[in-house]
Design a protein around this ligand. Structure first.
Ligand code: AMP
Ligand code: MG
Length: 332
């Protein structure tokens, strides 16, 4: 089993040493647990793709401990990026910026840009200070449920990772919002832990990237991602529950309250937020899904949540989970 270590100074130093030797270290952030490799080490980056079984065309996010780290990573930092960093870093906002030569092409899948983020987690920041910038995707096999606790990481991999630093459960619980500042106007590439509304309050209207704009219309077209092994069906209306149609036992991922009158009662119920708080719902999303996925169910029904604020990021994950759920997700 991959060891889980408390985030003591000695363990952080051991982790930094392992990273310097080209090994991988899983570490906590406020969004999800990351699988870190030294950002300038092409061989270590190749290991990240190998261990996660992630396709090489899917670029990594480089994690920094301060905006000053960008001088080695990015070509130029536009004023708009500086404003956003000032306002939202550390935090769940990833910026896509022109890349410098120091970052191996493997990290960016050959793109002329690099995605960068400063995580709001003391363990992540201290590790990056000791080890330097870390390229880190989520610490889960490609396409599967994201890890929001150290045991989620341990359960997902047989080996290939030197250690898992334990920072407790993730406070945000969904991946970072990704904003491209490559062109003249900012473009939202992925919904995540910072809401579109919060960004627009600072810089005005932002455009939606093609995959983000298509989401609500065409969930069936998506490659599966964030997917449980148990088949998952997304119920259309917020708060409403459909009839489970498959045979056997099913579980319910409820948004707030649960009305179990009517059709057959679910064997297991997980409630995202009894008070209907979307932040709490986002923070609990993956841990609820992990529990449902391990409950030996034949199916999972997930209620829709309102699509404002962090609800948009939650619905993005649930739509992709529906598209990819089952033993062989489309995304792999
Ligand atoms: P994650 O899988 O959470 O580590 O996030 C990585 C995602 O960031 C990728 O799947 C891309 O969608 C996005 N990304 C990373 N680098 C770039 C880039 N240079 N340009 C556009 N998107 C990027
Ligand atoms: Mg991921």
């Amino acid at each position: 089993m991959i060891p889980i270590l408390a985030p003591l100074e000695a363990n952080l130093r051991a982790a930094a040493k392992a990273l310097a030797a080209g090994e991988l270290v899983a570490f906590p952030t406020e969004t999800v647990y990351g699988l870190g490799a030294s950002a300038g080490d092409a061989l270590a980056l190749a290991r990240v793709f190998e261990v996660k079984r992630r396709p090489f065309f899917d670029p990594l996010i480089v994690h920094v401990s301060s905006p000053a780290d960008l001088s080695d990573i990015c070509g130029t930092v536009p004023d708009l990026a500086a404003r956003l960093m000032e306002k939202f870093w550390p935090g769940p906002l990833t910026l896509v910026l022109p890349k410098s030569d120091r970052i191996p092409d493997l990290a960016t899948s050959g793109l002329p840009t690099v995605a960068v983020r400063m995580p709001a987690h003391p363990v992540a920041l201290e590790l990056i200070r000791l080890a330097g910038p870390l390229a880190a995707p989520s610490a889960n096999p490609f396409g599967r449920l994201s890890p929001t606790s150290a045991p989620h990481v341990q359960d997902a991999f047989a080996g290939g990772i030197a250690m898992i630093l334990d920072g407790g459960p993730c406070s945000v619980g969904v991946e970072s919002t990704i904003l491209s500042l490559e062109g003249e106007t900012p473009v939202l590439l992925r919904r995540g832990g910072l809401s579109r509304e919060d960004i627009e309050a600072v810089i005005g209207p932002i455009a939606l990237g093609a995959s983000v704009a298509d989401l609500p219309q065409a969930p069936g077209q998506l490659a599966g991602h964030y997917a449980p092994r148990t088949p998952l069906r997304l119920l259309k209306s917020a708060g409403g529950r459909g009839k489970f149609t498959g045979p056997g036992r099913f579980g319910l991922l409820a948004f707030r309250g649960v009305d179990i009158s009517g059709s057959g009662a679910p064997a297991v119920i997980e409630v995202l937020s009894p008070t209907g708080d979307l932040r709490e719902a986002a923070a609990r999303l993956f841990s609820c899904l992990h529990r449902l996925d391990r409950a030996g169910l034949d199916g999972i029904e997930a209620e829709s949540v309102p699509e404002n604020g962090l609800g948009a990021a939650i619905m993005d994950r649930l739509r992709k989970a529906e598209a990819g759920s089952g033993p062989n997700p489309e995304g792999v």
